[in-house]
Each structure stands twice: as C-alpha cells, then as structure tokens.
Design a protein around this ligand. Structure first.
Ligand SMILES: [Zn+2]
Ligand SMILES: [Zn+2]
Length: 135
C-alpha cells in the first residue's frame, strides 16, 4: 500500500502511479475534461477565463490539458499557448513541431542502441572474408 493525499480533495487514497489523485476525483476531472472539450468545440472563440468560468474549472487545469495534448485550441482561438523552447505560438502540447522534431532527434542519438540488424551482416562479412582467406 502506498497511501498518499489526493492533490485535488486531500483525502488519503491508495496511490498506484501517475498523478496523485484519488479515483473519484479522477472521474470528476474526466467529466470536467469532456465538458471543456465540448465547450471549446462549441465556442472556439472563448478565452481561457471564460472557459474556466463557464465550466467551473481552473485556468490552470485547462492549460494542463493543453500541455498534455488532450485539448487543442482552434486556429482562430484567442488563446495563446507558446512553445516552451522557442516561444512560437502553438495550439496544443508544450513545444512546436519544429522543436519536437529537434528533440526527438536528440533523444534518438542519446539512447541509440547498437542495432543487431546492422551488426549481423558485418559478422557474416568477416566470416565470409575469413573463409575466403582460408581457401
Ligand atoms: Zn480526491
Ligand atoms: Zn518551438
């Protein structure tokens, strides 16, 4: 058992991972999310404060959903989210497509593992070469 206080209602609950939020609160947040999502579709011109007030959620919560790429603003939305790296305007997530691509490249380089598919042919070539030398 890993008991924690729910970060939303403060009750103790059995923490299983992810955000420290209890099950009933998770459900309530999910309902809020669905409502906000539908609201943004119906009111693409609404700003953050208006969305928060009309749906009784915090602006912070809405921004968090956007950062998690669960919510996406429309092209003509007055809402401004900016790339955390270069400051470009984005509609969802934390980074613009450009920075994301650059970071994905960096990650691939950092965690690049030796590829067995590439190493094997090299081994075979060596064997073939040795066999060739033997004869
Ligand atoms: Zn809770
Ligand atoms: Zn960027």
């Amino acid at each position: 058992m890993n008991l924690r206080n729910c970060s939303r209602c403060g009750k103790m609950f059995n923490y299983i991972g992810g955000q420290p939020i209890c099950e009933p609160c998770k459900k309530a947040i999910e309902e809020d999310f669905q409502r906000v999502k539908a609201y943004i579709q119906d009111n693409p011109g609404a700003d953050l404060k208006q969305i928060a007030e009309d749906n009784e959620v915090t602006t912070k919560q809405i921004q968090q959903w956007v950062r998690e790429e669960r919510l996406m603003f429309s092209e003509n939305s007055p809402l401004q989210m900016t790339c955390e790296k270069c400051g470009d305007r984005i509609l969802t997530g934390r980074f613009c497509a450009k920075c994301k691509a650059a970071m994905a490249n960096n990650l691939n380089n950092t965690f690049a593992k030796p590829q067995p598919a590439i190493q094997q042919p090299v081994k075979q070539d060596k064997k073939a070469g040795m066999r060739f030398l033997d004869t």
